[in-house]
Design a protein around this ligand. Sequence first.
Ligand SMILES: Nc1ncnc2c1ncn2[C@@H]1O[C@H](COP(=O)(O)OP(=O)(O)OP(=O)(O)O)[C@@H](O)[C@H]1O
Length: 383
Amino acid sequence: MAYHLLRGDHARWMPDGMMQTGTQSEGGRALVVDGVTHRYGSSTAVENINLDIRSGELVALLGPSGCGKTTLLRIIAGFIRQTEGRIILGDEVVDDLGPNRRRIGIVFQNYALFPHLSIAENVAYGPAAQGVSKAEREAETKRLLDLVKLGHLADRLPRQLSGGQQQRVALARALAIKPRILLLDEPFAALDKNLRLDMQIEIKRLQRLSGITTVMVTHDQEEALSMADRVAVLSQGRLEQFASPTDIYDRPESLFVNTFVGSANQLAGQVLSAEAGGAIIRLDAGAELRARTPSSPLVAGQRCTVCLRPEHLEIADDPSGFAAVVEMGLPLGPTVVHEVRGADGAGIKVSEPRRAGTALLATGTPVRVRPLSADLATAYPAA
Ligand SMILES: Nc1ncnc2c1ncn2[C@@H]1O[C@H](COP(=O)(O)OP(=O)(O)OP(=O)(O)O)[C@@H](O)[C@H]1O
């Protein structure tokens, strides 16, 4: 594939056939969400959200239903005017610009294609409204449809395409206006599992190639962790953490993030001693361990909740662990999960790689459970 260096205020290598997008130099700021709060009447949907999104980044807004992610996306797009705060695109505060004046490309869950227009007419619609000449928009439409591998279907109507194909048209249409940023609203929700994975890879590829700054709403944590450069985790309208997928998973900063992303055993315990960022905890189940304490400093004697992921525990005959009794063993293909019960009654999941010939432990077997290594536990003040 041939690459061209685009010049001007946004020098960037672009693949052959991809148009220029974005308004910032590589690594600069593309979008700032500055102290945004939105209330519907008396109920607060998003509260004091701050995000600083770099040019070329793919950011996922992740959270459970009702956490405010769609509201935030619609505020960025200009469909909703926030109660407080500012939206800054590049260096421009865009709060007074309507959606069609923000130059934002949007792909909705249901694609929202014009049903009576052909695929090519759908893609050319935005540039036509922008006053782009016929010859130029025809060339651009062809380039974009080739890019999403649908050039041969340009004359079909949307209903004559599969869901995945319609979504690629929606993406081409969004890119046709040369948007400053691309917004994806649950873009894979309507696709079946296999097609979803193909499209996730495809969109990530196109996003990387174009270098277009992208914000995607999803409630699917695997999708967020696998596709995004950074993930903004929201809960009840508040930003819990904004970090790389690795940091979100390995270094969660709140009990919510720790338990919403991946799974985590929650064990009750008491702080024996504490220092900045860490503490020695005695679990009610019977072991002592060191834990990170990211959210707030803990003090000796304080009750706490310790999170340990199932894959960070092992069943081992070791005095450093704590005693438990097997309740159930689940052979899950390459992993084996044992549900055990600690001396304090806590139910705990232990997930281990399955080795050839491994037998499941029978219900009632006494075992000892220990963390795989130090510092895998994270402690939060008890609720
Ligand atoms: N037009 C509206 N009027 C009043 N309340 C609203 C309106 N739209 C959303 N809300 C409320 O604001 C909160 C955030 O909603 P929002 O749709 O942003 O959440 P979400 O995280 O996108 O949820 P979902 O994943 O279910 O789409 C919810 O409590 C919702 O009930």
